[in-house]
Design a protein around this ligand. Structure first.
Ligand code: ADP
Ligand code: MG
Length: 455
């Protein structure tokens, strides 16, 4: 299959070939003709399979004729994060070089002034995050009655981030006669519902089984005997040092962990920088740029910040712990092993992570080998009995509780609440498992020092 069999215009084909693409990916091959024929499309394909061009290319051709009017964009693309929105904008610039389409980006962290001027001039394509779009709409800066095409991209991540109500609201502000595209790596029931609510007889395209891990990735787990952050950080470093890492992403479940792990890696001489939703936009853009250019070796990231980022050729993915949601595991390791290249992933797993890890195994349906860098076991033992005895004590107390309540209780719920609050901000949710209901039995996980003193 070649691009010129898809019905795209000559101008676009030129732009595609100067972008260096020789053939369309499966999702592109299937989606492009349907979008060109003005059908609604639901496209499901795993991360890194080229979904962006699957809608950007036909959109450019669809919008090539016709003119925009002030404050009335002709098409709207919704993205869950500013980074993804910027990437889609870059795609429009790249493929749209031979077209005269006006584009505006409505994302948080960027000043309203320029965007407003662009909107005033009239734009063909508006790329926005849901919150910012609703803001602008409610300020009366925007009219959505001219939107002929809507694309809801990365729909499953929108769901994770709690954007579905916003999207429903936006869909209701748009004219009912329009073309609606929806792209996602996975298709949870909430997204199917969204599709059936706002699409008309959509063509459903599944380019591969949704969100499976590629065969080009070798997955490993690193077993830790204790749930201790120092042990985790040490293990993480040793794993990284044991491989020939050109570039890699270290994933953490919380923003606070992202900061700590990035700092710790840097302190130990690794070239690492953090990226998550609480960091200033300029810093995030700069960090990402460095990582793309190969000037930064390790990107330490939260799931949301890294989601769908266009970072070609990552050799290694490291999970500081298994993610709370097994879909995220698939997304994380989908950052490597792209386009037939080989990659490796490593996940630190301690006994307390058992449940999450089981969910991952069930999801990937693959054997995951155990890996232990040389000398790490001894080093962890030598880390000090304090850390290991403290955590083994708390884990055995955890077990007592779980047997008495018939439910596992990995963390003191009030501590969890605290860390959840301090972690949350912007729109970068940290995906903690829901706190178990009910009061803490006994003292919870906090044991006052005087009780631990030997009698
Ligand atoms: P997704 O949205 O499915 O996660 P992206 O659209 O971000 O994936 O694309 C992932 C990567 O694949 C990008 O680096 C993009 O430039 C590249 N890519 C897209 N289409 C092609 C193609 N036809 N041939 C080669 N590379 C492509
Ligand atoms: Mg995408």
């Amino acid at each position: 299959m070649t691009f010129d069999q898809l019905g795209l215009s000559e101008e676009l084909l030129k732009a595609v070939s100067s972008a260096g693409y020789s053939e369309p990916t499966p999702i592109q091959a299937q989606a492009i003709p349907s979008v060109l024929s003005m059908r609604d499309v639901t496209g499901i394909a795993q991360t890194g399979t080229g979904k962006t061009a699957a809608f950007v290319l036909p959109m450019i051709d669809r919008l090539a004729h016709g003119r925009s009017r002030a404050r009335m964009p002709r098409s709207l693309i919704l993205e869950p994060t500013r980074e993804l929105a910027s990437q889609v904008a870059e795609n429009f610039e790249k493929y749209g070089v031979n077209h005269k389409l006006n584009m505006a980006l409505l994302i948080g962290g960027v000043s309203f002034g320029d965007q407003d001027r662009l909107l005033m001039q009239g734009v063909d394509v508006l790329i926005a995050t849901p919150g910012r779009l609703i803001d602008q709409f409610e300020r009366g800066k925007l009219l959505l009655t001219g939107v002929e095409m809507l694309c809801i991209d990365e729909a499953d991540r929108m769901l994770d981030m709690g954007f579905i109500p916003d999207i429903e609201k936006i869909c209701k502000m748009l004219p009912p006669r329009r073309q609606t595209l929806l792209f996602s790596a996975t298709m949870p029931p909430e997204i199917s519902k969204l599709a059936s609510q706002f699409q008309t007889d959509p063509k459903r395209i599944e380019a591969s089984r949704p969100a499976q891990t590629a065969d080009t990735i070798t997955q490993y787990k690193v077993e830790l005997s204790m749930n201790d952050h120092k042990a985790r950080r040490t293990a993480m470093r040793r794993v990284i040092e044991s491989r020939d890492v050109k570039n890699g992403i270290v994933f953490c479940n919380r923003k606070s962990e992202v900061d700590i792990v990035a700092k710790s890696l840097s302190k130990h001489g690794h070239d690492a920088a953090p990226i998550h939703g609480d960091l200033p936009q300029a810093y995030r853009t700069q960090t990402l740029e460095k990582f793309r250019n190969g000037e930064l070796k390790l990107l330490v990231a939260s799931d949301v910040a890294a989601r769908g980022l266009d970072i070609p050729d990552v050799g290694h993915v490291f999970n500081y712990s298994p993610p709370p949601n097994s879909d995220d595991y698939v997304h994380r390791i989908g950052r490597t092993g792209r386009a037939g290249r080989s990659g490796e992933s490593f996940t630190l797993v301690c006994p307390e992570d058992g449940k999450l890890w089981d969910a991952v195994l069930k999801r990937v349906q693959k054997d995951v080998e155990t890996f232990m860098p040389e000398g790490l076991e001894d080093e962890l033992k030598a880390l000090g009995p304090s850390s290991s005895s403290r955590s083994s004590k708390s884990s055995s107390r955890g077990k007592e509780k779980s047997s008495s309540r018939g439910k596992e209780r990995p963390e003191n719920s009030s501590n969890r609440e605290k860390s959840r609050k301090s972690d949350r901000g912007g729109n970068d949710f940290d995906l903690l498992p829901p706190a178990p209901a009910g009061p803490v039995v006994g003292l919870g996980d906090h044991v006052p020092a005087f009780l631990q003193r030997p009698v």
